[in-house]
Each structure stands twice: as structure tokens, then as C-alpha cells.
Design a protein. Sequence first.
Length: 201
Amino acid sequence: MNLTASDRAKFGGVFQTECWRRIMPEDVLSPDDKVALVYSQRRKRYEWRRLVWIDTSHNIFTNEGLDHILNVEFHATTQITAWYCVMSETNTSPAAGMTYAVPSFTETTAYDEATRPAYNEAASSSQSITNSANKAAFTMNATKTLYGAALVGGGTAATTKGDTAGGGTLDCYALFAASRGVQDDDVVNLTYQVGSADDGV
């Protein structure tokens, strides 16, 4: 028995990534600059920052991630209760065969936070779930070029930056619309929204 496209449910996910840079006394702002109070993990306070760039990118769900969803729902596999956000510093195209153990991309670890930022989602509504009320934050500590984002969880070391040996699950991955530069002290906030729907009859 083979499934056709109309026999399946579909999942879609979108990463929105924002880079906020601290406003210095010598900076000259234009009327078009977007500014906001952004929390600095480094200085433990809110401070005025300007938006340097924003990226919206659609992800793929890996085969590993889809199998996990099916096994939890229908096969009594233990649920992964905590997911974590990661970002890529290599220009790696999405592929269904990506796994936690062999992600193909190089995860950036160049941020102050001691562990991978948690994905703190609210309960689903209208078949959609998001962490927009509690975005994942990365306080960069080096000049880097970022290319993508992903969601990982499970195994023995899901919080460990750069881990590939902990036996976790790579749920999804997205390549940014364009390469994005960051520098030391930039705060990168990541929002991820995922939805599902029946694909019709």
C-alpha cells in the first residue's frame, strides 16, 4: 500500500531571525532605523538597540524529525519534551536526510549563552505553535556569517552547543534567504512557528 500526496498531512515551519546591535553614542540614526529595548544577557539589562537585519526562511522537516513525530503519536515512543534552537555558520542546503549525528551544516557556538537557547513555545492554536512570546536569544561573541537555523532535541546532550554525539533528533532546518553577518555583542533573536494541516482528499 502506497500513500499519495492527498493521503498525507503536511507540516510547515518558518524561522524569523532578527539581529539587534547596541546603539553607541557616536551612531547616527536615520528615520528609517528600527530601534527597540532588547535584553542584553551579557550586561543583564535592557538597552536600546537598532535592527541590523531580519530574515524569514521556510524550513524542511528531516526524515528523522518526521519519523519522531509519527512514532510519538502512533508508536508510543518517548516524547522529546525540550527542544533547542541552533544556527548554522556554513552555507548548507536543506536535505531530508540530515540527522542530528550528521547535520551536514556546522553549528555556530560563538555566543555567550552557556547552552543552546531553549525553544519555549506556547500551546498550539489553530494548528500552529510558536515561541513568539519568548524568543530564543543568542548573544554573539565573535564576527561570523550565519546561514541558517534548526531545531534539535532529545538524546543525552541536547543543551550542549555543537553536540552531534548525544543521540538527539534534528527536527527541521532552514537556509536563510541570504547570508547574514553578525559581530561581537549583537543579539540575535529567533522565532520559530510551525503549523500542520490535512492535505485534502
